[in-house]
Each structure stands twice: as C-alpha cells, then as structure tokens.
Ligand binder design. Structure first.
Ligand SMILES: *[C@@H]1O[C@H](CO)[C@@H](O)[C@H](O)[C@H]1NC(C)=O
Ligand SMILES: *[C@@H]1O[C@H](CO)[C@@H](O)[C@H](O)[C@H]1NC(C)=O
Ligand SMILES: [Fe+2]
Length: 279
C-alpha cells in the first residue's frame, strides 16, 4: 500500500511540471488536422495521431461511448521535414487504453487552442472467433486517388475492421517540402480517423531516411512504424520493410534488427497457445 501511494505522488508531481497553457495566447496554427488512428500494442488500445503547425504544448483526446466523458493526454514531437524550407510540424500522439471491445466511441482531438470536429470509431470484437475484414492496398497518391471515394463510402458503411496501406503514399509525402504529405494525410482523414490505418513503408517513402513516414504514422512497437506485428481476431499480422534491403545507405543495422525481431516474433506466434493463421 505504501508503494502504491508513493507511485501516485510521483505521477501527480510529474503532471504538475507541465503547466496548462493559457487559452489567451495567440496560436494561429494550432488547429488539429490530419487526424488518424491505429492499433496500439493490443487491438482495444487505439492511438490517435494528428498534426499542428505550431506548438500547442499539450495533446489531448476527449472520448467516450455516446458522450465524451473521458480524457487521455499524450505528447507531441516536432518533425522537421528534410526539404529546403525545413518545415516544422508537431505530431501529436495520444493512447486510448483498454477500451471496450466491439464498441463505438466518439472523440475529438486537440488542445486548449482548438479541437477537431467530433469523430468516431468502433473497436473490433474480442477473441478469435470472427472474420476480419481488411481493405488492403498500396500505391495511393494524393492526385488521381480514384479508389479513395469508394474506400470512404464502404468504410463509412462499416464494411471494414481496418485498413492496410502497404507502402507508397502520396507520391510522395516529402514532395514540395512535405506539403504533398500534408495534403494526402488530410485526404485520408475521413477513412483514417474512423478505422485503424495500418501502414508499411514503400520505396516512395525513402527520402530523408523515411522520415516523413516514421514521423507521421504511429504503428505498434518501437521501430518507428518500420516493422511491427499485432493480433486481430484469428490473424497475426506482421508488417516488415523490404526497403531496408534496397536502401543500405541508411545503415545495414536496420536489416539485422528487423531480421532478429521477425525471427522472434514468428517464434512467439508459433507457440502452441498462439498458433493462428499467418498472413
Ligand atoms: C507557426 O506556424 C507557422 C506556419 O507553419 C509558421 O510560419 C510560424 O513560424 C510558426 N510559429 C511558431 C512560433 O512556431
Ligand atoms: C536512419 O534511421 C534509422 C531509424 O529508423 C537509424 O537507426 C539510422 O541510423 C538512420 N540512418 C542514417 C544514415 O541516418
Ligand atoms: Fe509502388
């Protein structure tokens, strides 16, 4: 019990170190945009990610079932694009933990300077005895995105449990000092704010060591979204980067790290209690 009280005190004093900013402060570029969600380390953990162009000093998501009566606080990192203008953007990440399965949540994301519109997502069912419905595609740009309206339409009718965008985004996210990346992320928001938008890097993400990809997405694990796995229903999904083998100029270490990680991940997935179909 003593230990518990100690832990609580530490948490409180830590929280007090980050003062809430005063709403009176002029913050022209603090409106959240490019909102998207992904699975956390388990599928009833949802990570909400968004962008602002100025520092809001706080990252909050208010959410709940029917009404937004809960709040989760996260953090932001500043991402400087590698292009000539070295544009800065703040990428905010908030984890919504231990949600109810098979439940529709409403939420908005932002800070004291401004909130997104109210958005919603539905968590997947619990357990393994259900059929996973995924929309899987690669190569979707911000121009000529013919499939986007169909995807959005079906997503809004509840036909998918998740999206897998397996590489090649926006053509390219870094183009025009990453303005193309911003535009693309805005375009997919109607899809990606309502469904876990799970990703892999492709060759079009390679510029500046995949930094637009690594910064803009929030996949599970600690490889900056480059490789990861998660279990959804009866499926063990594994996402790896084949690009490491082509872009050895960014370091051979990534090839090795991923290889050892994959070996261990598949070993665990093949333990009798985890034996499932592998995609
Ligand atoms: C706020 O964002 C705008 C637009 O990106 C930028 O020009 C300005 O320098 C930023 N201000 C601060 C204090 O970061
Ligand atoms: C590229 O980024 C990875 C992290 O994904 C890092 O480990 C590696 O050192 C970077 N390579 C270069 C050349 O900066
Ligand atoms: Fe491609």
């Amino acid at each position: 019990m003593k230990l518990l009280i100690f832990v609580v005190v530490i948490t409180l004093s830590k929280a007090n170190k980050t003062p809430r900013v005063s709403p009176g402060y002029d913050c022209d570029y603090c409106q959240p945009e490019q909102i998207h969600i992904s699975f956390g380390s388990k599928t009833n953990d949802i990570v909400v990610t968004w962008t602002t162009f100025n520092d809001t000093q706080e990252s909050r998501v208010q959410y709940g079932v029917g009404v937004m009566d809960q709040e989760a606080v996260g953090s932001s990192t500043v991402f400087t694009d590698g292009g000539r203008r070295k544009r800065n953007m703040w990428i905010h990440r908030v984890l919504l933990k231990d949600l109810n399965f098979n439940t529709k949540y409403v939420y908005h994301a932002g800070s004291v300077y401004g909130w997104s519109e109210q958005l919603s997502f539905k968590t997947p069912p619990q357990g393994e005895d259900w059929v996973v419905r995924a929309a899987v595609y690669g190569d979707m740009g911000s121009k000529n995105a013919h499939s986007l309206s169909y995807l959005q339409d079906e997503a809004e009718r509840g036909h998918f449990d998740l999206i897998l965008h397996v590489g090649d985004f926006a053509y390219d996210m870094d183009t025009d000092d990453a303005l193309v990346g911003d535009e693309f992320m805005r375009q997919i928001q109607p899809l990606a704010a309502g469904l876990p938008y799970m990703t892999c890097p492709g060759n079009h993400e390679s510029k500046y060591n995949f930094s637009n990809y690594r910064n803009r997405f929030s996949m599970p694990g600690d490889s900056e979204s480059m490789f990861y796995s998660f279990d959804l229903g009866p499926v063990h999904f594994v996402s790896i980067s084949t690009e490491f083998y082509y872009f050895l100029n960014y370091g051979f270490k990534m090839v090795a790290n991923q290889f050892y990680w994959l070996e261990e991940d598949l070993r665990k997935a093949n333990e009798p209690e985890n034996r499932q179909d592998i995609l």
